[in-house]
Design a protein around this ligand. Structure first.
Ligand SMILES: Nc1ncnc2c1ncn2[C@@H]1O[C@H](COP(=O)(O)OP(=O)(O)OP(=O)(O)O)[C@@H](O)[C@H]1O
Length: 268
């Protein structure tokens, strides 16, 4: 591990009980993610992508190996550097998840608070950081709504009245308002209309560039990986079968499974 690494997985794995026996959903995953870098995790349904993402975001505990995160910039008093997430208290992990990390769910309603307005959804994470000034919170919410191209006139509306694409934009604003260093995304554009998807992907790419965000993006869509990620992991049956620079993996796939994935997209 080098000093620059932001997130590091070492032999990470998770098993679930299946018919009385542990069955590995993912195992032996190792990689380093650097600040500002986007990593895509691709593979077919059931290959273990979402489980891996949940391990990385400490929503699940590893049954094998470990995940480490660079805590240094998280607070002035912390000079711990790369820290095993398993060593952090629940409260500390919650704090990380609300401030230094974002998590964009596939279904926006899983990542939004549906009972409060769009503006409150954005302001809430700032309140977790201690912001209390109503005017400033509203100003930040307005500015983030503009940034993700939402109609600011909808600030007081409940998210349920937003379209699917708008809800996803709101979820993104809610996650980015605290300027996290790392964002986890689980199929962020899946299920949206193709034209909505394309614009949302462009927006995500712009935000990632502008904010110098590091991100781990789970997707079954190689085009999403191509557009957003500099590096990618290919998963099959819970194992990483290939990893490398996105262009290299997609243009010159080495593993037969990656070759199949790539050719299935190219072949009409
Ligand atoms: N909570 C759970 N309990 C039991 N088994 C689980 C659980 N979560 C996932 N699994 C199993 O782990 C394996 C990997 O699932 P996972 O959801 O990580 O795959 P995925 O690649 O994200 O698939 P999808 O794209 O369909 O979400 C599957 O066999 C799944 O049934």
């Amino acid at each position: 591990m080098t000093a620059d690494v932001l997130l590091s997985a070492r032999d990470a794995g998770k098993a679930f009980m299946h018919q009385g026996q542990p069955r590995w959903a993912c195992r032996g995953v190792s990689f380093d993610l650097y600040p500002g870098e986007v990593l895509a995790v691709v593979g077919e349904s059931g290959s273990g992508k979402s489980t891996l993402l949940r391990l990385l975001a400490a929503r699940l505990a590893c049954d094998q190996g470990s995940v480490h995160y660079d805590l240094r910039a998280e607070s002035e008093r912390d000079a711990a550097g790369l820290t095993d997430l398993a060593m952090l208290s629940e409260a500390r992990l919650r704090w990380l998840a609300r401030t230094d990390w974002g998590f964009v769910e596939q279904h926006a309603r899983d990542g939004l608070r549906m009972a409060v307005s769009g503006g409150a959804n954005v302001g809430e994470r700032l309140m977790a950081l201690g912001a209390r000034h109503y005017g400033k919170l509203r100003g930040e919410a307005l500015s983030w709504m503009q940034r993700v191209e939402l109609d600011t006139g909808r600030i007081d509306d409940l998210p349920a009245t937003y379209s699917g694409g708008m809800q996803q934009r709101l979820q993104i604003a809610r996650n980015l308002v605290t300027h996290p260093r790392l964002v986890f995304m689980d199929e962020p554009t899946t299920g949206l209309d193709v034209s909505v998807q394309a614009r949302l992907l462009d927006l995500l790419r712009e935000l990632v560039d502008d904010l110098q965000l590091a991100a781990v993006v789970v997707t079954h869509d190689l085009a999403v990986a191509r557009l957003l990620a500099q590096r990618m992991l290919v998963m099959k049956d819970g194992l990483v079968v290939e990893q490398g620079l996105t262009d290299r993996v997609l243009d010159d796939p080495q593993h037969p499974y990656t070759q199949l994935l790539v050719s299935s997209v190219l072949t009409p």
